[in-house]
Structures are given as structure tokens and as C-alpha cells.
Design a protein around this ligand. Structure first.
Ligand SMILES: NC(=O)c1ccc[n+]([C@@H]2O[C@H](COP(=O)([O-])OP(=O)(O)OC[C@H]3O[C@@H](n4cnc5c(N)ncnc54)[C@H](OP(=O)(O)O)[C@@H]3O)[C@@H](O)[C@H]2O)c1
Length: 316
């Protein structure tokens, strides 16, 4: 089929596929989502005050969901809520405060939320960071690992009682195409040795997200939770402007808008039938998890990372 061939070619070229060029070609073949697809649903989005997370929140609100706009700064959350209500009048958008890298804070937040929100239909782990320098959380974890992996695993686990009451619960992990450049850091999960580079820490933790996705899918299958990892392509967001100014200058107008980059997360949350659990997605299609032979890892390495992460958040 023409569109499958085109889609695969775009993916291999990286630049065309990840920019708005790839999206423009692919979206011609996409059926529209049901405008009421998420009516009656509650969706939690982390890092929802900015960039792609704010666009995801607006997108799921537009499909009828109640949105838990989960942010680490309440004032920035309220400002984002006002913007979303401007775009989606009458939407039910509630600001929640949680720093996902702070594990005791995640515990407190989740314990309270499950009492207030007995049914949760989706959690979209969008919060992301590219630390400019080696940064440890209060609990001693490397910041990008804590933000992209440890916090999301713990938060999801603690929200299972509310997710399990949904007829079709879904969890989305926002990874990055940058993960294709990195192996699983099984020998240095917390990036303690060697020269620290934020972009490497970021890509390693995004690789861990994708590697753990099938294991998380198995773990949470007993509660019928669909788990997906995805990457959004390249988008012009406050995060990119701050962390990757040279990249932004180079790619310029070819970058996606946050709304374009949000599409697959919204689709994974809303589409029927439910997407297959445990897979890695981009632009509404399953993607390979490796392009370079050098990034392949053994099952023993995967198990080491898995057990480290479970232990780090106090799970067995
Ligand atoms: N833009 C791209 O091209 C691109 C490409 C690949 C992947 N991604 C991924 O897409 C996601 C969104 O990125 P973006 O480009 O939209 O970046 P962004 O504009 O910087 O947004 C990141 C959001 O995450 C929040 N956040 C960071 N650390 C947090 C924490 N510990 N707890 C709670 N919230 C936290 C930020 O809150 P504050 O405002 O309080 O800092 C902000 O709302 C990230 O996971 C990123 O890795 C983006």
C-alpha cells in the first residue's frame, strides 16, 4: 500500500519524518477521531502547562475529557488552564500539583488523588527535562531518570486503583527519537561516571522508558491497562528553545507545532480499538525500537535496569 511505503521511507529519513513534512504526508491517510471519543473520561497529563503537554491537554479536553492538568507550579498551571479554556470553552480542566521527579511527593499526590478521583481513564506522562548539568533529586537520582522513568512508574503504580475502574485504561509515556542514539545504560543507570552531558542523560532515560514499556505492559495487564511509549517528532516548544537553541535555529520552520506533536498521544488515548499494549509509536504507527545495531541490549541488561528501577521506587 502506497501510504505504508511512504510512511516507512519518511521514518528512515528521520529529518523528513520527524518534522512537519512527515506529518503533512501521513495525516492525509488518518481517519478523524470521534469528536466525543473521551466524553465521560478523566485524563491526567503531566507537564501540562507548556509545549506539547499543554497541547495534549487541550486536545483531550476537546474530545470531551475532564483533564487533570498536572504541573509542578500552580500559577503556571492556572495560566495554562485559562489558555485551554479559551480554546475549548466549557472544558472541565483541573490544575493538580505534582513534581514527578520527587518520589515522596508522587506518593503523597497519588494517595490523595485516588481518594478524589475514583475512576481515571488515562495517564499521559509527558513531563520532560534536559538538565544542563549533572543534577540529583533529593532522593539522589539523576534528574532525567527520575523525571522520565522513576516518577512515571511510581505514579502509575499508585494510581492503579483508579485506573482499574476505567473500562479501558491507558498509559502513555512520552519518549523521544533521541533514544535511538543510546544503548540501555545497564552498567551506569544513574549516569554517575564519565563526562555528563544533558542531551545524553535525556536520551538514555528516554531509551529506558521505551525498553521498559513491554515489561510495564505485562505488569499492569492484570489491571487491563494499555501501555504505550511514543515519540512526538521535533516540535518548537519552550523546552526546545531553552535546551536546544542551535537545533531550533537549524530546523526552524520545519519544526512541528506543539499541537502537531501532541497528535499521537491524543490518538493513543482516544482511538478505538485500543492500541496494542507494550509498543513504541510515532505518528499513529508502531515504530522499531532500534535503528542502530550498536544500541541492542541483552535480556540480562534489560532485567538489571528493570529491577533497579523497581527497587528505586520501592516496588518489587
Ligand atoms: N519538543 C520536542 O521536539 C520533543 C521531542 C522529543 C520528545 N519530546 C518530549 O515531549 C515532552 C514535552 O516536551 P516539550 O518540548 O513540550 O517541553 P517543555 O515545553 O519544556 O515542557 C515540559 C513540561 O514538563 C514539565 N516538567 C519538567 N519537569 C517536571 C517535573 N519534575 N514535574 C512535573 N512537570 C515537569 C515542565 O514544567 P515547568 O514549566 O514547570 O518547567 C513543562 O510543563 C517531554 O517529555 C520531551 O522530552 C519533545
Amino acid at each position: 500500500m502506497l501510504h505504508t511505503v511512504l510512511d516507512g521511507l519518511l521514518d528512515r529519513t528521520v529529518v523528513a519524518g520527524y518534522t512537519r513534512v512527515g506529518l503533512a504526508v501521513r495525516e492525509k491517510f488518518w481517519p478523524a477521531l470521534d469528536p466525543d471519543a473521551l466524553a465521560g473520561s478523566t485524563v491526567l497529563v503531566t507537564g501540562a502547562n507548556s509545549g506539547i503537554g499543554k497541547a495534549i491537554a487541550a486536545g483531550v479536553a476537546g474530545l470531551g475529557a475532564t483533564v487533570l492538568l498536572t504541573v509542578r507550579d500552580k500559577a503556571r498551571g492556572e495560566a495554562a488552564r485559562a489558555d485551554i479554556l479559551g480554546a475549548v470553552p466549557g472544558a472541565d480542566v483541573r490544575v493538580e500539583r505534582c513534581d514527578v521527579s520527587d518520589l515522596p511527593g508522587v506518593r503523597t499526590f497519588a494517595a490523595d488523588l485516588v481518594t478524589r478521583v475514583p475512576r481515571l481513564d488515562a495517564v499521559i506522562h509527558n513531563a520532560g527535562v534536559m538538565p544542563p548539568e549533572r543534577t540529583r533529586t533529593e532522593q539522589g537520582h539523576e534528574l532525567s531518570l527520575a523525571t522520565h522513568v522513576l516518577g512515571p512508574v511510581l505514579l502509575t503504580e499508585l494510581l492503579l486503583p483508579s485506573l482499574a475502574t476505567s473500562p479501558d485504561p491507558r498509559v502513555v509515556l512520552m519518549s523521544s527519537g533521541g533514544m535511538y542514539t543510546q544503548r540501555l545504560p545497564a552498567d551506569d543507570i544513574e549516569y554517575t561516571s564519565g563526562r555528563y552531558r544533558g542531551a545524553v542523560a535525556y536520551a538514555r532515560s528516554k531509551r529506558i522508558q521505551v525498553a521498559l514499556t513491554p515489561l510495564l505492559a505485562d505488569r499492569w495487564a492484570t489491571r487491563s491497562v494499555m501501555v504505550a511509549a511514543m515519540h512526538p517528532g521535533w516540535a518548537d516548544t519552550p523546552g526546545v528553545a531553552t535546551s536546544l537553541p542551535a537545533f531550533r535555529r537549524l530546523t526552524g520552520p520545519a519544526l512541528r507545532t506543539p499541537e502537531q506533536a501532541a497528535d499521537t498521544a491524543i490518538w493513543l488515548t482516544a482511538t478505538l480499538p485500543t492500541p496494542e499494549s507494550g509498543r513504541f509509536w510515532h505518528d499513529r504507527a508502531v515504530r522499531p525500537v532500534h535503528y542502530l545495531p550498536s544500541t541492542r541490549y541483552s535480556d540480562a541488561e534489560l532485567q538489571r535496569v528493570w529491577h533497579y528501577c523497581l527497587g528505586a521506587v520501592g516496588l518489587s
